[in-house]
Design a protein around this ligand. Structure first.
Ligand SMILES: *[C@@H]1O[C@H](CO)[C@@H](O)[C@H](O)[C@H]1NC(C)=O
Ligand SMILES: *[C@@H]1O[C@H](CO)[C@@H](O)[C@H](O)[C@H]1NC(C)=O
Ligand SMILES: *[C@@H]1O[C@H](CO)[C@@H](O)[C@H](O)[C@H]1NC(C)=O
Length: 475
């Protein structure tokens, strides 16, 4: 059993690709499970226990699915909560020269209560699926079989990053990273495959309370029943697999969000290899960096499982023969000068000036982004004061996988509405880099339709005021 930071427990049988169960709901206690196709079973995604109606996928929606993971995508609005399921589909009748695998994300809304008597009566009415690509751009070199997927999201945030472990027909493995926001965007806006009419009323398959007129509902149920796949394809951040400077085959991966001394959140990946090694990798908007590498097993066997215990600060690593435990903040291994330690770039560690040594960063420190609450259709501008003209300023969103340039500068580096800038809900951090050191200057948490003072002011008086107000707060 491994626990990922979204709080989803994934239980795996010894032959883990066959069965992936995702359990838990703190709020209503429902159990959701995904069963891979095996033997005579076609495979399905179900709600198997709980106070809500028990639902399943229609058999035609999934083609021999092999599940790789699942994650709850939280939302401040309970009825918008979703679960993503990650899997590969296998076309058993594909010709030998064709790739039989397709990597997929399927999603359901937890509010789903099923359809009507003759249409999706016991099935999801919010199931949709998308093709996931992992490979360089549109080239032929694609990794189509998804082996494992992990999601990093913070509490009540619909943003974050999904890491997928993929392999190709020759068994070569790579990791691709995806923005949860991109996935969310695709599911909410893409055309549906094989359906060219426009939608009347609500878009089919959206999470929401049932309340529209019955006629529309019936039509939408039909659309979802026959066209659950979206046309848009989910592509990785950076449009290519992570550029890991290693040729080792990766057999298992887990991920952790770390709040470092500079108050920035970092994604750290632990990659288990075929030779029983563990690579500790930092992933940020600057790319990937191998922080350290461990060989801790007596017998060289593939790493079969890993789990993080965030309370104890340990990583457990298992091969077929052995289990080992590593401290996440393994700060002693980087030598004893400040320079050596900082070069290690391990976000779990920091330099203790008083005791002149490199120590684990206590997890008590938290950033407190200023909350900005706005109606969903207003243009907003987020200001970041430029304090040093030798530094470069940039905006990052959520888990630092993407970054955005300033719209205009001078005394402020401003993030505003522009192409490719999804200025919607999320945490935006302004980062300044000088002499290779990166610090957070200011951060904002943007939420729509809240009841904060800033919200009412912003909606009545416009963005210029928001900018000015933020400037005031800075003093
Ligand atoms: C599987 O592959 C065969 C052969 O290419 C093709 O005819 C068939 O449509 C494919 N099935 C699906 C569901 O894609
Ligand atoms: C939506 O449902 C609630 C009860 O659940 C009802 O009071 C309300 O009138 C409905 N609104 C519409 C527009 O149907
Ligand atoms: C923005 O939303 C409000 C209500 O939410 C609506 O009255 C207004 O027309 C919208 N403005 C635009 C430009 O869509």
């Amino acid at each position: 059993q491994s626990r990922d930071p979204t709080g989803v427990n994934i239980l795996r049988a010894p032959f883990w690709p066959l069965l992936t169960r995702c359990c838990r709901f703190s709020s209503d206690g429902s159990l959701y499970s995904a069963m891979s196709a095996v033997g005579g079973h076609v495979g399905s995604i179900r709600r198997t226990f709980g106070p809500q109606k028990l639902l399943k996928t229609e058999n035609v929606w999934l083609l021999n699915p092999q599940f790789a993971g699942a994650a709850i995508i939280p939302s401040t609005l309970k009825y918008k909560e979703e679960i993503y399921f990650f899997f590969s589909e296998i076309n058993k009748t594909a010709r030998v020269d064709e790739e039989p695998y397709r990597a997929r994300i399927g999603r359901i809304c937890t509010v789903d209560e099923g359809g009507i008597k003759n249409l999706l009566a016991d099935s999801w009415t919010t199931f949709m699926k998308a093709r996931v690509m992992c490979g360089a751009g549109n080239t032929q070199q694609q990794y189509n079989s998804m082996k494992q997927a992990v999601v990093l999201t913070a509490e009540d945030k619909r943003a974050g990053v999904m890491y997928g472990l993929f392999s190709n027909a020759w068994g070569r493995t790579v990791i691709c990273a995806y923005s949860i926001e991109d996935i969310d965007q695709a599911f909410s806006t893409s055309k549906l495959k094989g359906y060219s009419n426009s939608f009347i009323g609500n878009r089919p398959g959206m999470c929401g309370r049932k309340n529209s007129s019955a006629g529309n509902d019936l039509k939408n149920l039909g659309v979802i029943r026959y066209h659950p796949e979206i046309e848009d394809v989910i592509r990785p951040v950076g449009v290519a697999p992570l550029d890991l400077p290693t040729d080792d085959q990766i057999t298992h991966t887990v991920a952790d969000i770390v709040l470092a001394v500079n108050d920035e959140h970092y994604s750290v990946l632990y990659l288990g290899t075929e030779q029983g090694k563990v690579l500790k990798v930092l992933h940020s908007s600057d790319g990937v960096f191998i922080i350290s590498q461990y060989s801790m097993f007596r017998n060289e066997g593939p790493v079969l499982n890993m789990a993080i215990n965030p309370q104890k600060g340990h990583l457990y690593v298992a091969t077929a023969m052995e289990v080992q435990r590593l401290p996440l903040a393994d700060c002693g291994r980087y030598g004893d000068t400040c320079r050596e330690c900082i070069l290690s770039r391990d976000p779990y560690c920091g330099w203790d000036k008083a005791r002149r040594r490199w120590t684990a960063v206590t997890t008590l420190r938290r950033t407190s982004p200023r909350q900005v609450s706005v109606p969903s259709n207003t243009s907003i501008f987020l200001p970041c004061p430029v304090r040093s003209f030798h530094a470069t300023y940039r905006w990052e969103k959520d888990n630092c996988v993407k970054n955005y340039p300033c719209l205009f500068s001078g005394d402020f580096c401003v993030l505003g509405p522009a192409v490719d800038t999804p200025l919607r809900e999320g945490v935006f951090r302004c980062m300044a880099t000088e002499d290779g050191f990166k610090v957070e200057v200011i951060s904002f948490k943007v939420v729509s339709h809240g009841r904060l003072l800033a919200a009412s002011l912003a909606s009545t008086m416009g963005p210029s005021l928001l900018l000015a107000m933020a400037a005031l707060w800075l003093h």
